[in-house]
Write a protein that binds this ligand. Structure first.
Ligand code: ZN
Length: 289
């Protein structure tokens, strides 16, 4: 019975994938015709050919950066913060580049290009993993050490906090949560010598209480992922800012689409597609880091 069920699951998945690509193409065309105004914060994890879902191949990463350079203004997190808090004007098509967790391949495969082209970017560090290995999608990957972090900081990369141990903060008490945020921020400040003003929620997970604690410890802007996927508007405040994740499933066409309002529409259609998929093929795997 199980052997017989597999091909139908595969067929459903292939069908859903094709549907998603088609919807993406349509939405991209519509967004291209209607409006391309957008303020986007991109979220990368690993930039490597290790094959994990949350890795982007270095060749793809360069293509994506080339596209941004030609078509978008690449702005800093400070500019995003000023836009979110004060409504300061940004160019019509603005994008910021961020990386979560602090994988060594960011230094090896992303930083040289960013440095060469003078592109601003920020890395949110899980400080307890620095210089060690940590799992991404079950695969142990080398993490950034403090020497690489200091070098990148001297050359314009901004470092934000991403906790000490990468826990789900929703499962912790207030003092533990504060310890995770401050422990991460303080170590970066001590090692790098620059004030830490930005934070990213591990797994994009937060509650109103966690947001309040983030504010209380002096973080000026905090970034989500997952359910907060989308574009940024100046009306949202700076403590749960949306981002747009990029992973190895994102084709160049999808990448272009995800820089427009299509990202929010595709997220909804993907949610519907998953619900339909579950009806026919059982649960599809969740993909969050
Ligand atoms: Zn993370």
């Amino acid at each position: 019975m199980v052997a017989g069920a597999k091909p139908s699951q595969k067929a459903v998945r292939a069908c859903l994938g094709a549907m998603r690509r088609l919807i993406c193409l349509l939405l991209y065309c519509i967004c291209g015709l209607v409006s391309m105004d957008a303020v986007v914060v991109l979220l990368y994890h690993s930039v490597d050919s290790n094959g994990t879902f949350h890795s982007v191949n270095p060749t793809e990463f360069r293509k994506q950066m080339e596209y941004l350079k030609k078509n978008y203004s690449i702005v800093t997190l400070k500019e995003i913060l000023e836009f979110a808090v004060d409504g300061n004007a940004l160019p019509k098509k603005s994008v910021a580049i961020t990386f979560d967790d602090g994988y060594y391949d960011n230094y090896l495969n992303a930083y040289p290009y960013l440095w060469e082209h003078n592109l601003p970017a920020a890395i949110f560090l899980t400080t307890g993993h620095c210089g060690k290995k940590a799992a991404l999608d079950g695969v142990p990957l080398r993490m950034l050490g403090w020497n690489e972090i200091k070098e990148m900081s001297r050359n314009g990369i901004v470092f934000g906090a991403h906790t000490v141990t990468h826990p789900d903060l929703r499962k912790m008490g207030p003092e533990e949560i504060k310890g995770e945020i401050l422990g991460s921020a303080n170590e970066i400040e001590r090692r790098v010598g620059a004030k830490v003003e930005y934070f990213a929620y591990p797994y994009g997970a937060y509650t109103d209480e966690i947001v309040k604690l983030v504010e209380d410890v002096g973080i000026r802007a905090a970034f989500g992922s997952g359910r907060t996927e989308g574009l940024i508007t100046s009306a949202e405040g700076p403590l749960v800012l949306k981002r747009v994740p990029v992973d190895r499933s994102v084709s160049m066409l999808m990448f272009k689409a995800r820089l427009t309002k299509a990202v929010e529409w595709t997220r909804r259609t993907q949610e519907w597609a998953r619900k339909i998929g579950r009806l026919f093929a059982g649960n599809l795997p969740g993909q969050t880091k």
